[in-house]
Write a protein that binds this ligand. Structure first.
Ligand code: PEP
Length: 249
């Protein structure tokens, strides 16, 4: 049985003060021993504040990105070690907005995944097709390329430490959710890839989250699919009540 994970990606939203206020409102709304893992990914500047605010609760703090090098002359970048130092336990890697606007490739995703694992962070690796790719029936080939490229040369043990997030680009921030069946089909395909590239037992264990306009009113239908192990939530994770409603699905 795979334990569900509900993760919130705040993107470039919330100041430090707003971060504190969120946790004050959110913590009482979720049980001390919830039935799923809860992750919140604030902007870098609020990582330490979020970690302090989440202390003693079951909420795990994640970064939204990081560089693969340990340190160096990389102006504007943050290393995996800096994230752990600020209390982060996980890191989003290869979010479609990073791929679309900041030139991230399967190769950079792969470097980041390895660096995150080395720093003992949980990589949350995002994959997904664009609308044009789906309409051209390229969904599976895009997922295969992203999966094989992003997770290249990982050992089975390393693979067992990651979370995968299937996020169809056309469903992110658009209000258009993939139907539970569409999401389940992509998840099933990713699990098949995991069985081929790693092993059937790894495929059975990997947790795959769905992301793309997840809201309190559609989480139940998504989570009813055996293939869907959780959600990566953007917009609806910014509000304590709506994120708690998703966590408590
Ligand atoms: C995301 O940012 O990963 C996301 C899925 O956003 P939204 O829920 O707003 O579509």
């Amino acid at each position: 049985m795979r334990r569900p994970v509900i993760a919130g990606n705040w993107k470039m939203y919330k100041t430090q003060e707003e971060t504190r206020a969120f946790f004050e409102a959110f913590k009482p709304l979720v049980p001390a021993t919830p039935e799923c893992d809860i992750v919140v990914a604030p902007p870098f500047i609020s990582l330490a504040i979020a970690s302090a605010a989440a202390h003693g609760s079951p909420i795990m703090i994640a970064a939204q990105n990081a560089h693969w090098e340990r340190e160096g002359a990389f102006t504007g970048e943050i290393s995996m070690r800096m994230i752990t130092d600020a209390g982060g336990k996980a890191v989003l890697i290869g979010h479609s907005e990073r791929r679309q606007y900041f030139g991230e490739t399967d190769e950079s995703v792969n470097r980041k995944v390895k660096a995150a694992l080395e720093a003992k962070l949980t990589p949350i690796v995002c994959v997904g097709e664009s609308l044009a790719q789906r309409e051209s029936h390229l969904t599976h080939s895009i997922l295969k390329r992203q999966f094989e490229g992003g997770l290249d040369a990982l050992t089975e043990h390393e693979f067992s430490r990651i979370l995968l997030a299937y996020e169809p680009v056309w469903a992110i921030g658009t209000g258009k959710t993939a139907t539970p069946e569409m999401a389940a089909d992509a998840h099933r395909y990713l699990r098949e890839l995991a069985a081929t590239v790693f092993s059937p037992s790894q495929a059975a264990g990997i947790r795959i989250l769905y992301g793309g306009s997840v809201k309190p009113d559609n989480i139940k239908g998504l989570m009813a699919q055996a293939e869907i192990d959780g959600a990566l939530v953007g917009g609806a994770s910014l509000d304590a009540k709506s994120f708690a409603a998703i966590v408590n699905f």
